[in-house]
Design a protein around this ligand. Structure first.
Ligand SMILES: Nc1nc2c(ncn2[C@@H]2O[C@H](COP(=O)(O)OP(=O)(O)O)[C@@H](O)[C@H]2O)c(=O)[nH]1
Ligand SMILES: [Mg+2]
Length: 338
């Protein structure tokens, strides 16, 4: 699942320090010799990939990134200090585009560093212009300007797992219980108009708006987001235990039918989708007396998956059951790979 975060910032490399005109001896003493040092190199700018998905949001208030200038040269042939290089951290999965030159930089690996702007070279001091014909050169050069430009930064966020299920299944509530996504929760359909993203210790979970029957053929809102599910590693299929209560025993509208509706949606959208690893999460267990939800879940898994039931991963949770959420969170982390 991929989502885009983007922004444009201005970045400038440091200017080179100027070369200077200096003489070895005090004023009025002739033939002391030229001793003006060169200017230091301006700091270059590097982009560096780090594992921090939400990093860009911290740059919203910073308008300009500027590397240090090189210092001017000094007397007695002293070189000016080089400007310090500037490292701009960006999330792994970032593409930077220099809007002036069109040059693109891709940072896919954690720790990867790429120079995106070069600092200006320092100027030459008058010592450099000494020759057999000119023992007292007044010449020197100024430092070069550092490169600069506006950069478009685009981050493709790939979610590790997508929460799917009917509207009202408790997807957004679960996302909030697991992460600090602060997704909107409501007891009506389509509370979620955009996928909500949550960060479970570096693993991105995406809450996909309710899929309803016919979504695969373009009905409902969910289908708009199904294409995102294609790139997700894993599906977290949420089924509210309410379905079983309302249908009094698993007939029409029961868990089985609820499950099938979503599976059919996935298949009708793209036949590859049902092949993804799926974890079933039975939600709202608190609506039944203790233990009943677990019993219903066990029974469903056995009847649905038969011989493969023992391999099927499933959880019974309630957002009001702190222990169940903690257990699920820990197990999910293991599955996603810590
Ligand atoms: N009793 C109970 N209600 C829940 C639980 N999880 C969610 N809900 C309620 O179910 C409704 C739908 O939840 P929401 O997270 O918006 O579902 P979504 O449409 O799948 O995102 C809301 O009124 C929630 O307060 C739960 O574990 N127990
Ligand atoms: Mg929702």
């Amino acid at each position: 699942m991929a989502f885009i975060d983007e922004m444009t910032i201005r970045i400038k490399a440091g200017n080179g320090g100027d070369g200077v005109v200096r003489w070895l001896h005090e004023k009025f003493k002739e033939f002391g010799g030229p001793a003006g040092g060169n200017g230091g190199r301006g700091g270059s700018v590097y982009a560096k990939a780090v594992r921090d998905t939400w990093l860009l949001s911290r740059y919203r208030t910073t308008k300009e990134f500027v590397a240090q200038n090189g210092q001017a040269g000094g007397g007695r042939s002293m070189h000016g200090a080089n400007g310090e290089d500037l490292y701009i951290e960006v999330p792994v999965g970032t593409i930077l585009t220099n809007l002036e030159t069109g040059e693109q930089f891709r940072l896919d690996q954690e720790g990867q560093e790429t120079m995106i702007l070069k600092g200006g070279n320092g100027g030459l001091g008058n010592e450099n212009f000494k020759s057999s014909t000119n023992q007292t050169p007044e010449e020197h050069t100024l430092g070069k300007q550092g490169e600069e430009g506006n950069f478009h930064i685009e981050v493709e966020i790939i979610a590790s797992a997508g929460l799917i299920g009917l509207p009202n299944a408790g997807k957004s509530s679960l996302l909030n219980a697991l992460t600090r996504a602060e997704a909107k929760v409501g007891a009506y359909q389509f509370t979620t108009l955009e996928p909500n993203l949550g960060d479970l210790y570096g693993h991105i979970l995406a809450d996909i708006p309710g899929l309803i029957e016919g979504a695969g053929e373009g009905k409902g809102l969910g289908h708009k987001f199904l294409r995102h599910v294609k790139r997700t590693k894993m599906l977290l299929h949420c089924i509210s235990i309410e379905n079983e209560i309302e249908s009094s025993g698993g007939k029409e509208g029961g868990i089985e039918e609820t499950y099938n509706v979503i599976r059919d949606e996935l298949a009708s959208f793209d036949e590859e989708l049902p092949k993804k690893e799926e974890i079933i999460i039975f939600t709202k267990s608190d609506l039944l007396p203790a233990g009943d939800a677990k019993e219903i879940a066990d029974k469903f898994i056995k009847s649905k998956f038969g011989a493969e039931a023992s391999d099927k991963k499933y959880f019974v949770v309630s957002v009001y059951d702190v222990d169940a959420i903690k257990h699920f969170s820990d197990e999910l982390m293991k599955i996603l790979g810590e």
